[in-house]
Design a protein around this ligand. Structure first.
Ligand code: GLY
Ligand code: MN
Ligand code: MN
Length: 355
């Protein structure tokens, strides 16, 4: 599998008419070469590959990396420059969006004979369509997180802090085999629900409040992403109206997904519904994003998106309504695209849970 991935990266190299591809993004390095550590870079030529890392990772890289020769460095830039000069390359493609200006400037200054060009546009789609092995892991990580959430909400009580809820959820995920969490959980209760990214705080849950919980696990290097909004007691008429609006918008988008549809049109399915119900000004963010090795990855579903849905993509559908001074609702599932539609891999039922 990894061999095919490197072939796809070499196709990028060919399209860019470059001698070498310098891969700096650790998620791409993991995807292409299998390395799971936190320091290294991958250099690919049409025939060869080199993986550069420091002494902390030499043995690990020896065991994990395929398709590239492992080289240990004591100074990353010195070793890279040496390798680039030995290769005789004059055109090198690199991930401009995954490095710093300082790195780029030093590289240019030390290798003036080389022209550097961005590979970002060519490489952006590399990980977008998931293979069978990735789909299996993504299903598993989504299941771990959903099961943990169900255990956690069964224990929610007024008086608990949002941070306590986040911790219970993290423990429940770890107990089910998660390696960690895919981001700092959002637990936003009552008026804090109006913060789309309201990280869990010391605020206590109060009876009658809506509580939005956005959470994800990591398992075998892959992320999950799901959001539920629950009610601590019977909802009032407005809570019900806002919840039902978001749920119907989410379902309209879920039902509409099919290969060939634009992400812009998909975003519009949910956005137009929310707008027609009079809540348009309270839904500011895009409808969703790809999920995989990164929690947010290509593609995005938004009014500005230029991409088209393909079979095998995995992305979120997560409309929300956020009303300052009142609170909010978000409902999020991660779906996998099939031949004719999509299937959620996140598992918590999305009818309003009244606790
Ligand atoms: N976890 C942030 C998001 O749903 O995109
Ligand atoms: Mn989320
Ligand atoms: Mn998301």
């Amino acid at each position: 599998m990894i061999g095919n991935r490197i072939l796809a990266a070499r196709e990028c190299l060919k399209r860019l008419d470059a001698d070498l591809l310098l891969v700096l993004n650790l998620s791409n390095i993991r995807y292409l070469a299998g390395f799971t550590g936190s320091e290294g870079l991958l250099l690919l030529s049409p025939e060869d590959g080199w993986f550069l890392t420091d002494s902390r990772y030499t043995s690990q890289a020896g065991a994990e990396v395929t398709g590239a020769k492992v080289i240990e460095f004591s100074n990353r830039m010195d070793t890279l420059v040496e390798l680039l000069q030995q290769s005789g390359a004059t055109r090198v493609a690199f991930e401009a969006g995954s490095t710093t200006v300082a790195f780029y400037q030093e590289l240019c200054a030390r290798t003036p004979e080389i022209e550097y060009l961005s590979a970002d546009t060519e490489m952006v789609g590399l990980r977008t369509v998931k293979d069978a092995g990735e789909l299996e892991i993504l299903e598993r990580v989504a299941a771990i997180a959903s099961e943990a959430l169900l255990e956690t909400v069964a224990r929610l009580k007024p008086g608990m802090t949002e941070s306590e809820v986040a911790w219970m959820l993290e423990v429940a995920m770890r107990e089910r085999g998660a390696e960690g969490k895919s981001f700092d959980f959002i637990v936003a209760s009552g008026e804090r629900g109006a913060l789309p990214h309201g990280r869990a705080s010391e605020k206590k849950l109060v009876a009658g409040e809506l509580v939005t919980i956005d959470y994800g696990a990591i398992y075998r290097g892959y992320c999950s992403d799901e959001t539920v909004t629950v009610c601590l007691g019977q909802p009032d008429a407005k809570q019900r109206e806002v919840y039902e609006t978001v749920l119907s918008a989410q379902r309209a988008a879920l039902d509409a997904v099919h290969p060939g549809m634009s992400f812009r049109d998909l975003d519009a399915k949910a956005r137009d519904y929310i707008g027609a119900k009079g809540f348009g000004e309270y839904f500011g963010h895009g409808l969703g994003h790809g999920v995989g090795i990164d929690i947010h990855e290509h593609p995005t579903a938004s009014p500005r998106s230029k991409h088209v849905i393909q079979e095998g993509m995995v992305f979120t559908i997560e409309p929300g309504i956020y009303i300052p001074g009142w609170g909010g609702v978000r409902i999020e599932d991660t779906v996998v695209v099939g031949q004719n539609g999509c299937r959620p891999i996140t598992r918590v039922p999305k009818e309003l849970m009244i606790l």
